[in-house]
Design a protein around this ligand. Structure first.
Ligand code: SAM
Length: 213
């Protein structure tokens, strides 16, 4: 999880940090993408937002319509208190059962690390519970799903797209050091097109197959 731990102390008036390594991902898939800029006022749903500062960072960039959900009452209470001034809604909710969020009401759903937290067991053959949870979670029909994960694409693609209903475009992030790469996916429920992705600079094909950085 980014930032300080949930039990830590923090200056409530501190300004948010840059989105840093994810800035290009948000620039090409959200903030800078026509129809989804802050001026377009997309409704952004943060899935398992924890104590991430990304919602605040997006608010500072002009995104006013954001709902952050998490099943940790500690995280929700903390974030409500910590970031009351940004107009973001923080709500207690299990992402596997998103009652109160209408189908097709979300323009952009964002997950960093939440789906990862649901995965256990062998990555080669995940338990049925993992397949069930991830399929319950990936039910959004409209808009864009932005997913950031450290897991390798050959493990994630079958979980993210078991029925091949989504187009998947992947970006690879890393700092060219010995640290692990991580991956950002743009997913939409659209007909599969095996074309270079004009939005993200062509780092993936539509099946999510690795095509280089
Ligand atoms: C690894 S943390 C990532 C937090 C945040 N997205 C970030 O990037 O810092 C995973 C978060 O997902 C939340 N979470 C896990 N399973 C969840 C579920 N079924 N429903 C809602 N939140 C969940 C946890 O409470 C935790 O805050």
């Amino acid at each position: 999880m980014r930032g300080i731990g949930m039990s830590g102390t923090r200056n409530l008036t501190a300004r948010p940090q840059p989105i840093s390594a994810l800035e290009p991902f948000f620039a090409s898939n959200l903030i800078g993408y026509e129809g989804f800029t802050p001026q377009d006022e997309p409704f952004i749903l943060h899935l398992g937002s924890g104590d991430s500062t990304i919602p605040v960072e997006l608010a500072v960039r002009g995104n006013r319509r954001q709902l952050c959900v998490d099943f940790s009452s500690t995280a929700v209470k903390l974030m409500k208190e910590r970031h009351a001034e940004y107009g973001i809604e923080w709500r207690l909710m299990d992402v596997r059962d998103m009652k109160g969020i209408d189908d097709a009401s979300v323009d952009v759903a964002f997950d960093k690390g939440t789906l990862d937290a649901m995965i256990h067991g062998s990555p080669w053959s995940p338990p049925q519970e993992v397949r069930h949870n991830t399929s319950a979670y990936l039910r959004e029909d409209g808009g864009r799903f932005l997913h950031v994960t450290f897991r390798q694409p050959h493990f994630m693609t079958p979980l993210l797209n078991p029925e091949g209903l989504w187009t998947m475009h992947r970006q690879v992030f890393g700092d060219n050091t010995d640290s692990f790469d991580y991956y950002g996916y743009l997913m939409r429920k659209l007909p599969i097109e095996n074309t270079q992705n004009p939005e993200t600079g062509g780092v993936t094909d539509a099946q999510g197959t690795y095509c280089g950085k």
